[in-house]
Design a protein around this ligand. Structure first.
Ligand SMILES: Nc1ncnc2c1ncn2[C@@H]1O[C@H](COP(=O)(O)OP(=O)(O)OP(=O)(O)O)[C@@H](O)[C@H]1O
Ligand SMILES: [Mg+2]
Length: 258
């Protein structure tokens, strides 16, 4: 059995009713499949960051995290949001366990400073050890993973949650990787595309019809396909039963290599 990796965007994590319904769908799915949930939380990080006087900065859809902002990222992603998700899943009868990328050595990482002018706590994953996830899954626990991690010196790193989900899906050789976001699928000219192949995706990024936070998501999707993940779906969680519709390709956009 190869685990299904579900990545949810930050805006869903803040919607109590939808989260309750998603927890119900995941409880059902977990009867027949192993599942791992990876979450972002960009919107809540940005909101607290601004309240505390930081100015969030993005490049190609990736947050460039300052040293001061790293504490905020860790508090929001690995504290507030991760624990809220664990509570919501637990109340739906799921044995949820919240971990971050530093727990059990799940992700090794390094700052992207070398590629970036100045220093940043935004990191990239250099290695994955899925042993902790496998241990939890084998005992019927449901891992809920936040995308902060650490570098070799023990300093915190903020990893884009789409990249974190990609690396987990690859390391578990997931049959499906689903990105739940705040849009019904990949939109081009206002229409949801049922399928998108590699050539079309790269062209849409070049031409700007895929932009912002959709860029790391689509790049993660393509990389996952090249590295053995079965299928990729991008879409919106739209109430009870929609997880199954996304998994069966009846909702959202399926990304393919060709
Ligand atoms: N062609 C496109 N189709 C759909 N969305 C697009 C497209 N181009 C850019 N976007 C933007 O990408 C956003 C989704 O990425 P975003 O990073 O904001 O959310 P997320 O990754 O789901 O959440 P988080 O970053 O909190 O994990 C959409 O809200 C939309 O504004
Ligand atoms: Mg994002």
């Amino acid at each position: 059995m190869s685990a299904i990796t579900v990545k949810m965007g930050g805006s869903l994590a803040g919607k109590k009713e939808s989260m309750g319904e998603l927890a119900g769908d995941l409880a059902l799915l977990q009867r027949s499949r192993e599942c791992v949930l990876v979450h972002g939380g960009g919107a809540e990080v940005t909101a607290l960051s601004k309240r505390l006087g930081c100015s969030p900065f993005f490049e190609k859809g990736i947050r460039i995290t300052s040293v001061q902002e790293m504490d905020i990222v860790e508090m929001v992603l690995s504290g507030k949001i991760n624990k809220r998700l664990v509570r919501m899943l637990s109340s739906a009868g799921i044995n949820a366990v919240g971990v971050c990328g530093a727990d059990g050595g799940l992700f090794r990482g390094k700052s992207i400073s070398a590629e970036q002018a100045g220093s940043t706590r935004t990191g990239t994953i250099t290695g994955v050890c899925p042993a902790l996830l496998e241990l939890l899954l084998a005992r019927d626990y449901f891992p809920v993973v936040s995308s902060t991690s650490m570098d070799d010196t023990g300093e915190g790193l903020n990893i884009n949650a789409d990249e974190a989900a990609l690396e987990i899906a690859v390391s578990l050789q997931s049959e499906s990787l689903i990105f739940l976001s705040d849009i019904p699928g990949i939109l081009i000219g206002g229409e949801v595309l049922p399928t998108l192949n590699e050539g079309e995706a790269l062209r849409a990024i070049r031409e700007g019809s895929i932009s912002g936070g959709m860029i790391p998501k689509v790049k993660a999707a393509l990389s996952a396909l090249h590295r053995g993940v079965g299928e990729i779906v991008i879409g919106e969680y739209s109430g009870a039963g929609s997880l199954e519709l996304l998994l069966s390709g009846k909702l959202g956009t399926i990304i393919k290599l060709n």
